[in-house]
Design a protein around this ligand. Structure first.
Ligand SMILES: N[C@@H](CCC[C@H](N)C(=O)O)C(=O)O
Length: 293
């Protein structure tokens, strides 16, 4: 067995997260190890946030994001809040600058314990999302599921928050839609060459909406931070809301602000569950014993 790496099992509004401490190591969390950890009910997770030593000048850490199917993700809002909480407990710092494959982002823990993450700028170009074919206006694209003459979900807004998102607008309760059935079909639809996160959104006020998300590479989750950002910017962009909204996901509310400088800032909680050590090559793991640092 390789030298074990420390991890903390955490969650961001029920989005199951493992924060893996890969600092000072040359190895990476392998896809097979992620799949093994996800299959174990005790360590079941939606994303692993692997925290590495910094690669770029002016950043504190490089963070890799791994979905439960072993694929890589470019953004994970709830996971970033968990990383901030884990690091702030260790370092007594409250601000961090991270590098991810999607770029550099900064994050801050507030005195009330809530954490804000600057999720960067949304991208609306069809090649940036990416889509398989040209759509000049990505506020609403032609795509539907269900019977041709009576689609269940149709005409989503599409956007990249570093990762690809499609947001389907509905009038009623988001829980009445069979996302477990339609999510995988839409995630793998040929219009999304890199797959997509699929969200159903119901705007309830100029500053509020409820969403549910089928995550690319992880399936149905209780929360998806980048999807909350994607839904918020898409709602503002289509005139449904203003630029500051409370997005309620199954796990609870997230505050999303699309600032005038085009950056999207997400604020919400993070929660520690337990710690352990694992083998990044195989996913074998052991729980940290109480009282052992
Ligand atoms: N849970 C995340 C999003 C995770 C990444 C996603 N599954 C993808 O592959 O794009 C969040 O909180 O943003």
């Amino acid at each position: 067995m390789a030298e074990l790496a420390q991890f903390a099992k955490m969650n961001g509004l029920g989005n199951e997260i493992i924060v893996a401490d890969m600092r000072g190591r040359a190895d990476r969390v392998l896809p097979g190890a992620a799949v093994a950890l996800a299959a174990d009910p005790a360590t079941r997770f939606d994303q692993i946030m692997a925290v590495h030593d910094p690669r770029a000048l002016g950043t504190d850490y490089y963070v890799e994001i791994i979905n439960s199917d072993g694929s890589m993700a470019q953004a994970c809002g709830n996971g970033m809040r968990c990383v901030v909480q884990a690091l702030s407990a260790e370092t007594e710092r409250s601000r961090f600058i991270f590098e991810t494959v999607a770029g550099v982002l900064d994050a801050e823990e507030h005195t009330d314990g809530l954490i804000s993450v600057d999720m960067g700028r949304p991208r609306f170009g069809w090649q940036e999302i990416p889509l398989a074919e040209e759509f000049r206006d990505t506020r609403m694209i032609e795509l539907q599921v269900g019977p041709i003459d009576a689609p269940v979900l149709h005409s989503p807004s599409v956007v990249s928050m570093g990762n690809p998102h499609a947001v389907f607008w509905v009038d009623g309760n988001v829980n009445t839609y069979d996302l477990e059935r339609f999510g995988p079909l839409l995630e793998h639809h040929p219009i999304f060459p890199e797959r997509a996160n699929i969200t159903i959104a119901h705007v309830t006020a100029r500053d509020a909406m409820t969403i549910r998300t089928w995550e690319r590479g992880a399936g149905l989750t209780r929360a998806c931070g980048s999807a909350a950002c994607a839904a918020a910017v898409s709602a503002a962009r289509t005139g449904r809301t203003g630029r500051q909204v409370t997005v309620t996901v199954p796990g609870g509310p997230l505050d999303i602000l699309w600032r005038e400088d085009d950056h999207v800032v997400m604020t919400g909680p993070a929660e520690w569950e337990f710690s352990g050590r694992f083998d990044p090559a195989t996913g074998e793991w052991e729980r940290e014993k109480e009282g052992v640092a």
